[in-house]
Every structure is written in structure tokens, then in C-alpha cells.
Design a protein around this ligand. Structure first.
Ligand SMILES: Nc1ncnc2c1ncn2[C@@H]1O[C@H](COP(=O)(O)OP(=O)(O)OP(=O)(O)O)[C@@H](O)[C@H]1O
Ligand SMILES: [Mg+2]
Length: 668
């Protein structure tokens, strides 16, 4: 599904806009008719000079005629300026109307990872904007007057009229041929150019990897191949268009001479009145009949480019309709309800999450675990209202998060994505989400995430520019700045996607303090992690596997259930719950318990979601979440398979290694 590809989607948005400009176009056509009529003044002047002045030898007549012709030329130029101004205004308005929408669309497309979030939309907008006041469009406006000229030639002499019409038909045929031969090639070339451009942009973003691993040669070759392909296509199209253009010009030039010759022949035969003057008139008017057609042929490439751009823009705009204004809602308190959510990536229909349900109460911290690609990040995106659900809903205080106006809801949400995204600007601006900077709040969150030393070491402190994507910071610092941004303004719902993946011990400690303080503030907290250090701060554990909730419940109960399952699987006596889960940072217990229990659950014990109950049954499938741990195996640990326990550090990583080592008590 590619919104920018020319497809069957019915065009509407741009067409409707252009249709709404009909009044301006009507004016432009009227002006074109007047301009066309005034362009005859040179012909009339010539006729009158030959006829009246030469015969009467009147200098005054000559002077009057000259003044008139100068006046009409000045008038014509002025009208052309006004007409150009009309068309220019339509173009500028067009740009103004769609530029902001395109920015939003590019943004939305990037959020949803759908093609279209590139610069191409802006290029297409520019192509159409440049086309709207171009010579090609003016030639179209001049076409009606060409018809008037043709009628005049017919009146002067039907034979000359036929000759002019034949010339016009040949021009139309050339235009048609040019269209047939160049359009598919140019469209293909344009597509190739866009592809090459996107490829270059993508590689520039990853320049470090390319340089470090000596991939430059291969990348360069690929880019050159893409370049070569579209340049060749463009050259082919240009050759065809150029040849047709030359023929078109030749016919236009020939037409005038042929008409003059024919008019002379008719005059000699006595079939045309008016003498030499009329012969000239017929020849000039015949040439004018062909002028707009010849101009269109000459500018055909512009026409094809504009039409392609128009099609792509239509597709893009109708693929991303403007969001309907939603009712303002009161600030959320933080009750998160995930109700039977089935979700895919926006660009596909393959479900990633398959019936996920659970509830998070304000002040509660839920630790989300699960193997790689189990759908944790996808779940985070749904909770943040970035991706829509195919079925089910994610609600905050009962309201659908996806449809909530993000400008309203955003300040109450905190999100630390798995791949940290920072922006060019100062540290304070980044932390304050580029809104009005509340320096006290910025300082509070900076201290909270343990970054005060780093800030003090910076030359301009909080006002230091951190560069594109925070390039002056280390990976761990970037993650902590993003964490500070996520908790800025005391949000009510916070989702942290692997917040400790780049953190050292001090960073982990600061993170734990941050989690504790967020809970104390009454925020609903979801922490996705592969590490166990978050366990002590977690109230509940949610385990995802293949897009389904395998387990969800109070942390200790989940750990106990997992350990019981493990013990049963190994044929050992089941430990008591107290033995199984005694979280507390001072001991190795939480991590070690989790190590032995959770790792087993994930690796060896957890049943395949497909083999268990219906999606959504797992965990708290209803908003009234059970207090006891729920397994989507109907809670029967006996269904767990036997397998030794891998170390906790790999607890969410599937693989043979995970099935080897039993975890000794205390291992973390
Ligand atoms: N934009 C996307 N388009 C299509 N499929 C996607 C997209 N993003 C993720 N997926 C697919 O969804 C599945 C779950 O991905 P997700 O990022 O949610 O996993 P995860 O549990 O966060 O994994 P990890 O622990 O490695 O971060 C994967 O199979 C992935 O290929
Ligand atoms: Mg992830």
C-alpha cells in the first residue's frame, strides 16, 4: 500500500480546489480573449498602412494608426501581466493551502511508517505550483482565441481555413504522439528519480555505518544504477519530445508561408478579394491558429510532470484525510484500559497484536516483558495513540486514545521510544518538548534522571544546543534526556520502551528513582524491558508472546506461578510464593527469582499462544483485572513444558542458549 503511487483511488482534493478557482480562470480566459484580439492590432495596422496610408498618402492617418497600435500593444502587455498575476495568485494560494497539510501528512506518514513521509510531497507541490502559471497553462487559455482566428481565416477564404485546420490537426496529432511516446517513459523516469532521491537520503542518514564498514563502494554502485536508469529514461523521453517539438515548430513556420502562397494563388485566380493586405492577414492568422498548440507540444514535459505530481498528491491527500475536530476532554487521571486489541502495522494487515487486554490503574507500574518481536513496541505505539487498532480499543479514563486530540492529550503523556528521537535545539527546549520552557520543571526532571552533572559540565548548561538528533550527547545521555522529556510536566500515563538499554549503573539507579516518583505522583506506568532491574518497582508483570498476553498479574504472583511451573516441569517441589518472589533492591532475590522463574516461563515453559485459549483471554481480559495472575493456559502450570532455566539476562530472548543453564539462586 503506497499512497504516493498512482493508483485507482479517486482523485478529489486537489481537483476540488482547482475547480473552486473557476472564477479566476474565467477571468483569465476573458483576458486571454482580449489579449488575442489585441494581438491582431499589428495585422490590422499592416492592413491599414498598406491600404489606407499608401493610397491616401496621409501622414496624419499613419500617425493615428501608429499611436493606436502602440496603445493596443501597451494594453496587451498590461493585460498579460494581470493574467499572469491571476494565475500566480492561484498557484501561491494552492501552495499555501496544501503546504501545511503536507507537513502534517509527512509527519503522520513517518509516525505510521507509511511511504509518503518524504520530501516528495513537497516536490510535487512545487511542480504543480510552477505549472499553474506556466506557458503551458497560458497556451490552454489561448486556445479559444485560436479557434476565433480559424473562423476568421475560414471567412476570408474556406480554402485557407481548410489549410489552417489541417495544420492544426497535424499539431494535435504531434501532441498526441508526444504524449503517447513520452508519458510512460517520463512517468517511469520520475519514479526512478524519486527512488534514487529517497535512496540517497536514506544512505546519508546512515553515513557512519557505511563509512565504518567500507560499504561506500557498494552503496555508490547501487545509487549510480538507480541514477543511470532514470537519466537514461529521461534522455529517451527528451529525445522523442525534442524531435516532435522540432517538427511542430517546422509546421508552424511552414504554415504561414504555405498560407501566404495559397492566398496569393487564390488572389491570382480571383477567388480571394483584398489584395496583398488580405494575403498577409490570412498568413498571419493561420500562424496564430497553431501558436498555442505548438507551445503545448513544446512544453509537454511540464504537462506530464504536473499530471504525475497531481496524481501522487491526490493519492497522498486522500490517503491522509484531515482529522475531524474532536470534543475537548478533561485532563486524564491515568486509568489505562486495553480492550481486546488486535493491531497490525498501519501499512499492513498482518496482526502483530492479537487480542491484548489488561488494565493499569493510576500509580501502578507494569513491567512488560517478552521475546524480541513479540509486539511490545507495537503495544507501546497503540497505547500512545500512534497506531490505530484493527479491533478493540485503548482507552485512557474511558476515552479512545487514538482519537484524542494529540495537542490536548500530549502534555499528559510521557513516551520514551525504543529508538531515542531528539531534535536540533537546546537541551532545555528538548526536555520541555519545544513548548514554553518551564525552567524549574526542566531542572527538576534533569535532577530526577541524574543528569545535573552532565548539564553543569556543558558550556551553556541547559541552553546548550544538542545538535541534530542530539549528536553531541552520548547514547546513554540521549536516553536520559529523552527520559527527562518523557516525565516533564508530570504526565499521567508514561510508557518507557527499554529505558535502560543504554544506561550504566548510575543511570539505572536514577531510573528506579524516577519510576518510584512517577508512581508516587499517581501516574500509570508501563516499562518495556529485557532487564530485571525494573522488577522491584513493578507492581504487575505482563508477558507478551507472539502478540498475545501470556501472563498478566501482580508481580509476585506471576513470578510465583512461573517458578511453580518451572519446578513442576523439572519434577521438583514447588516453592512457596514467599520463596518465589521476594523483591527488594538490597537482595539478589528479585532478579534471581525473576531470573529463574521468568526466564523459564519465557523460554521453556510458556505455551504457544496459538495453542491456548482465545485471544484476549489472557491476563485481565476485562477491565476488572483479576488480582491473581492469569495464564492463557487456563492457569494450569502443568501445561508448561520441561526445560532448564537460562540466565535472567536473556530471559526474553528465545533460542537454544536459553535452554542450557539452570540458574543458581542469586544470579542476576
Ligand atoms: N512498521 C512496521 N511495519 C511492519 N511490521 C512491523 C513494523 N514494526 C514492527 N513490525 C513487526 O511487528 C512485530 C513486533 O515488533 P515490535 O517492534 O513490536 O517487537 P518488540 O517486542 O518490541 O521487539 P524488540 O524486543 O526486539 O524491541 C515484528 O515482527 C515486526 O517485524
Ligand atoms: Mg521493541
Amino acid at each position: 500500500m503506497n499512497p504516493t503511487a498512482a493508483g485507482p483511488r479517486p482523485p478529489a482534493v486537489v481537483a476540488n480546489y482547482l475547480r473552486a478557482q473557476i472564477e479566476t480562470y474565467k477571468k483569465a480566459i476573458i483576458y486571454s480573449l482580449i489579449i488575442g484580439a489585441l494581438s491582431l492590432s499589428s495585422t490590422v495596422y499592416m492592413l491599414e498602412v498598406y491600404d489606407r496610408v499608401i493610397n491616401s498618402r496621409s501622414m496624419i492617418t499613419l500617425a493615428m494608426l501608429t499611436v493606436l497600435v502602440i496603445g493596443s500593444y501597451v494594453m496587451m502587455e498590461l493585460l498579460e501581466l494581470v493574467r499572469h498575476d491571476f494565475l500566480q495568485r492561484v498557484a501561491i494560494e494552492f501552495d499555501r493551502k496544501f503546504r501545511v497539510r503536507l507537513f502534517d501528512i509527512a509527519f503522520e506518514a513517518n509516525v505510521k511508517r507509511i511511504p509518503g513521509g518524504t520530501i516528495q510531497g513537497f516536490n510535487d507541490l512545487k511542480t504543480i505550483r510552477d505549472f499553474l502559471p506556466s506557458g503551458a497553462v497560458i497556451a490552454m487559455f489561448d486556445a479559444p482565441m485560436a479557434l476565433v482566428f480559424l473562423i476568421i481565416v475560414f471567412i476570408v477564404s474556406p480554402w485557407l481555413g481548410v489549410l489552417a485546420m489541417v495544420g492544426a490537426m497535424v499539431q494535435v496529432y504531434i501532441a498526441y504522439q508526444t504524449e503517447q511516446k513520452t508519458m510512460p517513459v517520463l512517468t517511469e523516469a520520475n519514479r526512478g528519480a524519486i527512488d534514487a532521491q529517497n535512496y540517497a537520503n536514506g544512505t546519508l542518514r546512515n553515513a557512519q555505518v557505511i563509512e565504518a564498514m567500507g560499504m561506500m563502494g557498494n552503496i555508490h554502485m547501487r545509487w549510480m544504477m538507480k541514477q543511470r536508469k532514470f537519466i537514461q529514461l529521461q534522455a529517451n523521453a527528451s529525445d522523442t519530445a525534442g524531435a516532435n517539438n522540432a517538427i511542430s515548430k517546422l509546421i508552424q513556420t511552414l504554415q504561414s508561408s504555405l498560407l501566404l502562397g495559397a492566398a496569393c494563388w487564390l488572389t491570382l485566380k480571383g477567388e480571394m478579394l483584398g489584395g496583398g493586405g488580405m494575403m498577409m492577414v490570412a498568413s498571419i492568422l493561420g500562424g496564430k491558429v497553431l501558436q498555442p498548440l505548438a507551445q503545448l507540444v513544446a512544453q509537454w514535459r511540464l504537462v506530464v510532470n504536473a499530471r504525475d505530481a497531481y496524481q501522487r498528491l491526490e493519492n497522498l491527500l486522500s490517503f491522509f484525510p484531515p482529522k475531524a475536530a474532536s470534543m475537548p476532554l478533561p485532563p486524564p487521571k491515568g486509568l489505562l484500559t486495553v480492550e481486546g486489541v488486535i493491531a497490525s502495522a498501519p501499512s499492513s494487515q498482518n496482526p502483530i497484536l492479537r487480542g491484548v487486554s489488561f488494565v493499569v490503574n493510576p500509580g501502578e507500574c507494569v513491567m512488560i516483558i517478552g521475546p524480541s518481536a513479540s509486539g511490545k513496541t507495537t503495544l507501546a505505539r497503540l497505547i500512545m495513540g500512534l497506531w490505530p487498532a484493527l479491533q478493540g480499543k485503548v482507552r485512557l479514563d474511558g476515552a479512545d486514545v487514538f482519537n484524542w486530540n494529540k495537542d490536548e492529550l500530549g502534555p499528559h503523556l510521557g513516551y520514551l521510544p525504543q529508538t531515542v528521537e531528539l531534535f536540533d535545539g537546546t537541551l532545555a527546549e528538548n526536555v520541555a518538548r519545544f513548548g514554553e520552557v518551564d525552567l524549574d520543571e526542566v531542572k527538576r526532571v534533569i535532577i530526577q534522571v541524574g543528569l545535573e552533572d552532565m548539564v553543569n559540565a556543558l558550556a551553556d548548561g541547559l541552553h546548550t544546543r544538542i545538535g541534530e538528533e542530539g549528536s553531541i550527547l552520548s547514547g546513554g545521555q540521549r536516553q536520559r534526556v529523552a527520559l527527562a522529556r518523557a516525565i516533564y510536566g508530570k504526565p499521567k500515563l508514561v510508557v518507557l520502551d527499554e529505558p535502560n538499554s543504554n544506561l550504566d549503573e548510575a543511570g539505572e539507579e536514577a531510573l528506579m528513582k524516577t519510576l518510584a516518583s512517577l508512581k508516587a505522583q499517581g501516574a500509570s506506568l508501563l516499562v518495556i524491558t529485557h532487564r530485571t532491574s525494573v522488577l522491584p518497582q513493578s507492581d504487575k508483570l505482563l508477558m507478551l508472546r507472539e502478540g498475545q498476553v501470556v501472563m498478566f498479574g501482580p508481580r509476585d504472583e506471576v513470578l510465583a506461578a512461573l517458578q511453580k511451573a518451572q519446578a513442576e516441569a523439572q519434577g521438583l517441589p514447588a516453592p512457596s510464593q514467599a520463596q518465589a518472589a521476594r523483591p527488594g533492591p538490597s537482595q539478589a532475590t528479585p532478579t534471581s527469582v525473576a531470573s529463574s522463574v521468568a526466564s523459564q516461563s519465557l523460554r521453556a515453559a510458556s505455551p504457544s499462544p496459538q495453542s491456548s485459549g482465545a485471544p484476549g483471554q489472557a491476563g485481565a481480559s476485562k477491565p476488572e483485572a483479576p488480582q491473581n495472575v492469569s495464564l492463557n493456559t487456563s492457569g494450569r502450570p502443568a501445561t508448561y513444558t520441561t526445560a532448564p532455566v537460562p540466565p535472567l539476562s536473556s530471559m526474553t530472548q528465545p533460542g537454544p542458549a536459553a535452554r542450557k543453564t539452570p540458574t543458581p539462586e542469586g544470579q542476576s
